[in-house]
Design a protein around this ligand. Structure first.
Ligand SMILES: C[S@@+](CC[C@H](N)C(=O)[O-])C[C@H]1O[C@@H](n2cnc3c(N)ncnc32)[C@H](O)[C@@H]1O
Length: 306
């Protein structure tokens, strides 16, 4: 981790922005909080009895410990994405899984689709930097499909199902998927302030190229910069039901067919200085740069309104 004071001062100088010592201190304090790693790597049991891993690089679990790993896949991703309805309606579905991780979201989707419509044609495009070696087995009824999936990577194929895992930085690999018309996007990187590279307006813009006009984007997060970016890109944004915490996740669609946001959240999106997107115009910034630019923008907005 570079010296944060120096990093912020250098960036301010490059951008020709003058801030007081106290203001720089506020930026640095938030950056410290956002970039600290609070948990130890390893395997952990989650609230519903399923296991997940904790990433040593991001200092975060792959799944919510309080919601439960499998419950999170079902309640925060699969059900709000309305994939099961689409399958029954069309007999086929195309899913974009961003942050394949341990493969739980994809495995749960495949198993649940098979239950409602065994003949359905399913295509999954999954993106990740890497897949860990020590993935815990999933509980029934997901265990065998998950094992088969992980064993066959990067391509899993059965009669009517195809999963294609594309390894590499999703900011680069996603361009191959422009125009695929995804019915659902499971957006599941680590949390926005730990893994901001995949939560910028610029990356979400590439997702807009890959989602169908009536496709549904879902994620566990309720973070303001993410919701702001989706709104700025022309998505209608709504909230999913809370699971394992007070606030719900986010669901978005270009068509607008989503449950509403709570009124207080509409107010925050309109009025909070924190309601600005993360930016990464050339899709090559590291997380510290994205977060620092964001915090400086917020501070300038706070100054404008005070
Ligand atoms: C929370 S985990 C995903 C959990 C997964 N959906 C599951 O059900 O097991 C986040 C994933 O995002 C991936 N990730 C983070 N930054 C990335 C990037 N720039 N490009 C591709 N994948 C990235 C991480 O490697 C990690 O596997």
């Amino acid at each position: 981790m570079p010296d944060l004071w120096r990093f912020v001062r250098d960036l301010l100088e490059k951008k020709g922005i003058g801030l007081t010592e106290e203001e720089v201190g506020r930026v640095v304090a938030d950056l410290k909080r956002w970039t600290e790693r609070s948990v130890h790597p390893g395997m952990v049991r989650t609230a519903d009895g399923s296991y997940t891993l904790i990433s040593s690089f991001y200092g975060e679990p792959y799944h919510s410990i309080s919601a439960g790993a499998v419950s999170e896949c079902l309640l925060k991703f699969l059900f709000p994405s309305r994939v099961l309805e689409k399958v029954l309606l069309k007999g086929e579905v195309r899913i974009l899984d961003i942050g394949f991780g341990l493969g739980y979201n994809t495995a749960v989707a495949l198993a649940e689709i098979r239950k409602v419509s065994p003949e359905a044609k399913v295509e999954v495009f999954a993106l990740d930097l890497e897949v860990p070696d020590d993935i815990p087995p999933m509980p029934e009824p997901y265990r065998s499909i998950h094992e088969d999936l992980i064993r066959s990577l990067p391509i899993y194929e059965s009669e009517n199902v195809r999963v294609n895992l594309i390894l590499g930085d999703a900011r680069k690999t996603i361009v191959k998927l422009a125009g695929i018309g995804a019915d659902a996007v499971f957006h599941d990187p680590f949390s926005p302030f730990k893994n901001p590279e995949l939560w910028t307006l610029d990356f979400l813009k590439l997702i807009r190229e890959a989602i169908a006009p009536d496709g549904i984007w879902v994620s566990y997060t309720s973070a303001l910069p993410v919701r702001r970016a989706l709104l700025d890109l022309g998505f209608k944004v709504g909230e999913t039901r809370p699971v394992g915490r007070k606030r719900g996740g986010t669901v978005a669609s270009l068509k607008g067919d989503v449950p509403p946001l709570p009124p207080e959240e509409e107010d925050r999106l309109r009025a909070s200085p924190y309601s600005v997107p993360f930016r990464d115009p050339a899709l090559d910034r590291d997380r510290l740069r994205i977060l620092t630019e964001y915090r400086i923008t917020v501070l300038l907005r706070e100054k404008e309104t005070s």
